[in-house]
Ligand binder design. Structure first.
Ligand code: OGA
Ligand code: NI
Length: 347
């Protein structure tokens, strides 16, 4: 059953301004099968891939590295992606500026109950749900004719221009990567882009993690696998917080300021019959530094059938997932209960 949003609560920033020294009860994370909040885990040795080396004359070495990264960690740090550092800085800049605006200004872009686009806090779908210590601005970028421009800030003034420039560049990186991800599995290079559709969704999520009085009690982002096919995360340049689960162990994700952190989403895991892994990841909070990140999700076009590619099913690798459409329709019902939606798709 699809969850119905119960109410649109206070933003985390407003809670912080109330001057509490403990997060409210509905922000307190109870350990579950994903484990407890642990800031002392080691840094992961997450692959760093120079994606400019992925081209028509590229050696099999770099394709092997890509395939191996995506089938072990399910993520990697992409460097030499062709997006100027100055543009990354501008994205970080407008993001900070937006969240620093007065609340009345930000509320002009407030998300409506039950919808995704706009400014707001975690969606409350269940009474007993644990909320994330995170405020966000969520915007559909592509297809362009589906944009809801009323949620696109006009303040800071350069916001729209910068999001346009950045998302156009990210789409080039996405197309490039989808091609070489296919090649790394000896598939036709346009097979993912055909499968996910021309009108696949490109969505931007600006994440703001305000200071948290008790980072040992609340999480910035509950453990989750992304519902996308692929995600590009621009991390905060200075403040760590992202952790990723590999082989049942948590690792911190190091910061590489000029890198894009690329994450396989559930719908890519399904399409590759489990060869590429959608990793569970989480974000911790911090008591002395606020943190800003920006994620761009590429998600299959609504209505497209997503299922394991026939080429990736064999006697040795039987089919692992059922066919699905519109995975995102029920995605948050699982996530908000700290369950993995992909588990419901397994055969
Ligand atoms: C996300 C996400 C992590 C972070 O937006 O899906 O996992 O560190 N963000 O902001
Ligand atoms: Ni995520």
């Amino acid at each position: 059953m699809a969850g119905v949003e119960l109410e649109n609560g206070k933003t985390v920033q407003e809670l912080v301004e109330d001057g509490r020294n403990e997060p409210p009860n509905n922000y307190i994370w109870e350990s579950d099968n994903f484990g407890i909040i642990d800031a002392s885990v080691p840094f992961g040795d997450i692959p760093v891939i120079d994606i400019s080396l992925l081209n028509n004359s590229s050696s099999s070495e770099v394709l092997d590295k890509l395939r191996s990264a995506l089938s072990s960690w399910g993520c990697f740090q992409a460097v030499n992606h062709g997006i100027e550092n100055s543009l990354l800085e501008e994205v970080r800049g407008v993001s900070k500026e937006f969240f620093q605006l007065p609340m009345t200004e930000k509320q002009k872009y407030a998300r409506k109950t039950g919808q995704c686009d706009g400014y707001g806090n975690d969606m409350i779908l269940f009474q007993n749900q644990t909320l994330d210590w995170n405020d966000r601005l969520y915007l559909l970028v592509s297809p362009e004719d589906d944009r809801k421009l009323e949620y696109w800030p006009q303040n800071p003034q350069s916001f729209r221009r910068i999001l346009n420039e950045y998302s156009a560049k990210i789409q080039q990186v996405e197309e490039h990567l989808l091609k070489f991800m296919a090649r790394s599995l000896c598939l036709e290079e346009d097979c993912f882009s055909r499968k996910f559709g021309k009108r696949r969704l490109i969505e931007a999520r600006f994440n703001y993690y305000p200071l948290c009085p008790r980072p040992d009690l609340a999480l910035g982002f509950k453990p989750h696998g992304d519902g996308s096919a692929i995600t590009f995360l621009l991390q905060d340049k200075e403040v760590e917080g992202l952790q990723v689960l590999k082989d049942d162990q948590w690792f911190h994700v190091p910061i590489i300021p000029c890198a894009l952190f690329v994450i396989v989403g559930d719908q890519m895991e399904i399409t590759t019959n489990g060869i590429f892994k959608s990793p569970v990841h989480t974000a911790l909070t911090n008591s002395n530094k606020a943190r800003h990140t920006m994620a761009v999700f590429s998600t299959p076009e609504p209505g497209k059938v997503i299922e394991p590619l026939g080429e990736l099913i064999s006697d040795k690798r039987p089919r692992l997932y059922k066919a699905i459409t519109d995975y995102m329709d029920t995605y948050f019902d699982f996530i908000q209960q700290a369950k993995r939606p992909i588990d419901a798709v397994k055969i």
